[in-house]
Design a protein. Structure first.
Ligand SMILES: [Zn+2]
Length: 346
């Protein structure tokens, strides 16, 4: 049983999230509303049906639903509404800063206009900042299965998106059949364009996939990376170079890459001294929130309040914020953690 004061601390503490997908954060009611507005049919036509749709027990089932969500977004207005709603839900958890992945190829395939889509996202971000003070950044997440040529195009598109709040370039999708070596050129373009670099790796494939993402693509952050423990030399390297891992425990259990919470390596990754953060990945699709993931860390994996505070500070350090913003946010987060700990006696 978690000490109720610790639970209160987790609910109220300032938070930072680095790994959440915009399309995987859509609520069932918004999904229905947008499908109706855009004249699209969904596998279910009411809230209960959509909620049932969000229950699957393997990665493929998840992926199908994810794609349905992505393809329901059609107009700048849809992207503005979704972004605003996602940031509102984040602000309600006292998330101060969040970096959201955008599955850019899902929208490119449908020939959506990127300027309209990104302007919509920027409008949603600005409104959320104005009303709730929450800051955010967008990361282009490229599906590896679309190959290396299109990746270069998307990297250029991501660089052009900087004026709309794009802060990073990433790869996701089929990790097993499309290794990092295929995307060296695309990452060169993104780096030259001033973007942060990250990659989903070490989730479906093993430690070598993480090593290649770091050494060939030059990423400073890894999405998941939970299989790095297979290679102690790599662990040492990641620790030395302060490469951060976005760990998302519920996602890993729901997609079946880890069989159960008991087998999840989150505690071992932390104990190995890695720069680790806690994240929700696709909160509505996995029925979780960032708050829930921290409660899980405390209750099931025994993370102390000290450790939880450190994990939030890690997220500020590993973010793609400019250095001066990072320092200011870190100072604010630490001051609020101290004040809240004093108030609650934890
Ligand atoms: Zn992800």
């Amino acid at each position: 049983m978690l000490d109720p004061r610790v639970a209160t601390f987790i609910h109220r503490m300032p938070k930072v999230e680095l790994h959440a997908h915009l399309e995987g954060s859509i609520s069932p009611s918004t999904l229905l509303e947008m499908a109706r507005r855009n004249g699209l049919s969904l596998p279910a036509n009411d809230l209960a049906g959509i909620e049932r749709l969000f229950c699957y027990d393997d990665f493929l089932g998840f992926l199908q639903v994810y794609m349905i969500c992505a393809r329901t977004l059609c107009t700048g207005e849809d992207f503005a509404q979704l972004t605003y709603e996602v940031l509102k839900a984040a602000a309600a958890q006292n998330i101060r800063y969040i970096e959201l992945f955008l599955s850019s190829m899902q929208h490119r395939l449908r020939s959506l206009d990127f300027a309209e889509l990104l302007q919509g996202i920027a409008d949603g971000r600005e409104r959320a900042y104005r009303e709730m003070g929450i800051q955010s950044g967008i990361m282009f997440d490229y599906g590896r299965q679309f190959g290396s040529e299109e990746a270069i195009e998307m990297a250029h598109e991501a660089v052009a998106g900087r004026k709309y709040g794009v802060v990073a370039f990433s790869i996701g999708g089929d990790e097993i059949n499309y290794p990092p070596a295929l995307f060296v050129e695309a990452f060169k373009v993104a780096r030259a364009g001033g973007l942060g670099l990250t990659a989903h790796a070490g989730e479906a494939a093993g430690a070598e996939s993480v090593r290649d993402a770091v050494e060939l693509l030059g990423v400073s952050r890894i999405g998941h990376g939970i299989r790095v423990l297979e290679d102690p030399v790599l662990v040492e390297e990641l620790r030395r170079c302060k490469v951060a891992l976005d760990v998302c425990p519920t996602s890993n259990v729901r997609t079946g890459v880890v069989r159960s919470y008991d087998e999840h390596p989150v505690r071992r990754l932390y104990n190995a001294g890695l720069l680790m953060t806690i994240n929700s990945d696709d909160p509505t699709l996995f029925g979780t929130t960032l708050t829930d993931e921290f409660l899980l860390a405390a209750e099931r994996f025994g993370f102390t309040v000290d450790e939880i505070c450190g994990l939030v500070q890690n997220a500020v350090r590993a973010s793609f914020l400019p250095p001066e913003h990072k320092e200011r946010l870190l100072a604010d987060v630490i001051a609020e953690q101290e004040a809240l700990r004093g108030e609650l006696g934890v």
